[in-house]
Design a protein around this ligand. Sequence first.
Ligand code: IMP
Ligand code: MG
Length: 189
Amino acid sequence: MRAVKPHWRLEHLEIFITEEQIRQRVAELGAQISRDYEGQDLLLVAILKGSVVFLADLMRHITIPHSIDFMATSSYGAATESSGIVRILKDLDIPIIGRNVLIVEDIVDTGHTLSYLRRMLLSREPASLRVVTLLDKRSRREVDVPIDYVGFEVPNAFVIGYGLDYAEFYRNLPYIAIPKEGFFDEDEG
Ligand code: IMP
Ligand code: MG
């Protein structure tokens, strides 16, 4: 197996949402969620791996008691295109029956992943099921899926950073960036 050598040509990145903009918006979302679930039970269900950075920041802005759990999914097909067929790689650790579940997503693109997850989680009879996503690529939507809290709308471009990857790299970038021409070029030798 050939080890992937990631490029780190940050000069080929356009910073689309800055650290400061993310910090502000995540704080607003946390405050709003805290108000909406005041006095109620709350379970955040984060979808691995892209939403871990968002979850870590968001939960520290949620000022009411809550717990967290994780699910991992994978869509069949090409790396950067969603095929609509979703596979569960890791299920929740705890039952959600009767609980107020808030799905935490990094980005909603075609909507297939979220649509599948919603149907699956709804069948487990939570008291309520809502969705918060950091990014919404609305122009790409193929299935209509309700989203309750949106951080930012993004255009139809591939974005990386703040949890979002390209081939499993760049999740650690503290901002959301759009790779420009040259970013994905192969290194010589
Ligand atoms: P959907 O099923 O098409 O909505 O795909 C959602 C998933 O595709 C996200 O959770 C991401 O993992 C991935 N994805 C979609 N667009 C992007 C992007 O621009 N950058 C990185 N990952 C993306
Ligand atoms: Mg994802």
